[in-house]
Design a protein around this ligand. Sequence first.
Ligand code: NZQ
Ligand code: ZN
Length: 382
Amino acid sequence: MQFSYVNPTVIHFGQGQIGQISQAIPANAKVLVIYGGGSIKHNGVYDQVSAALQGHDWLEFSGVEPNPTKETLDKAVAIVKQQGVDFILAVGGGSVIDGSKYVAAAARYDADGWDILIGKHEVSAAVPLGAILTLPATGSESNSGAVITKAETQDKLAFLSPFVQPVFAVLDPDTMKTLPEKQLINGIVDAWVHTCEQYLTLPTGAMVQDGYAEALLKNLLTLGEQYAERDNDAWRANLMWTANQALNGLIGSGVPHDWATHMIGHELTALYGVDHGRSLAIVQPSLMRNQIELKRAKLEQMGRNVFGLAAGADLAERTIDAIEAFYLSLGVATQLTEHGGDKASAIDAVIQQLQKHGMVALGESEAITLEHSRAILTQAIA
Ligand code: NZQ
Ligand code: ZN
């Protein structure tokens, strides 16, 4: 174990916390409020934001779509540049927060913001941003990552920069009350897979990271089992805090990371429009079966400590079955069906995109070559 760790995002957690933004945003800042397709207009969040920003000079940009595109976001970049915006407030789910991170960084760069995603420009400055989270899933509200799509070429790529880490995040579980069931379930799956990406790798004996990851996984399993309780304050608060902790840097400190499920999943979203969480449930069980020998020890540990399975030579196999059963219990499919019926062409299309994006040696052991990705997709695509 060797790492430097800081999470500088101030979290304001709990009911009624949106009002905190009036203090958290500098009084003299010119603020751009960025949001999505309008859900915040139907649950009182927009009204709370307007009330809290009464003393501020602010303007707004709406229409950030799920899986945000650079084409849309570049319009907000132009506003920030033209209007001299010096603080961005993202109000929404992971897409709005990720999109705001792109806007924050691209507005402090003189050429095409897409350069950030292809590694041509390393972010060295960004407009400071804060977030009001309305969908617990990605952890974007207190991490330094963002995933952006270029619609024109169906490229969905990620970037990381400490400059775009939100300075504060408001997590008010009441904002979840209007979430469609599908999004609520997507959030459970996404948080689950984030934990797995940092845990289901190689044994390291990192007791804090493993133990905390197991606690988060058990929470998600319990929240899934208690799904009928989802209108209860404690259920909502526990999901919101668990999803945040799953990708805020802590459990990933000083341990190997996988992220192959995410990289292959991003291609399914870019090509076939599958929701992010659902893309992960499609890829992960097949990927685990493909990588079972490298991951056997951690799968066995998960089987024992998270699912409470009995010892045995096939414990790792039974753990993967339990993960898949968890998704199915939530009504989430574990095979891709949205590909228009031509399985062979779909596999080829995904492999081509993986190759184009340099995703040719994925996973903690870099063992997932295109050949393995092809085998995984053969199982994962119906
Ligand atoms: O746009 P609005 O109208 O707000 O509606 C959204 C959207 O249609 C709706 N929604 C959000 N909060 C709501 C609500 N509807 C009613 N009530 C509320 N309280 O939900 C829909 C989906 O929102 P979206 O932000 O797309 O979902 P999510 O939070 O799952 O974000 C997914 C995006 O995050 C990226 C994904 O790739 C995807 O693009 N990720 C970002 C990560 C990060 N930055 O660390 C890591 C993740 O692995 C992930 O890749
Ligand atoms: Zn994710």
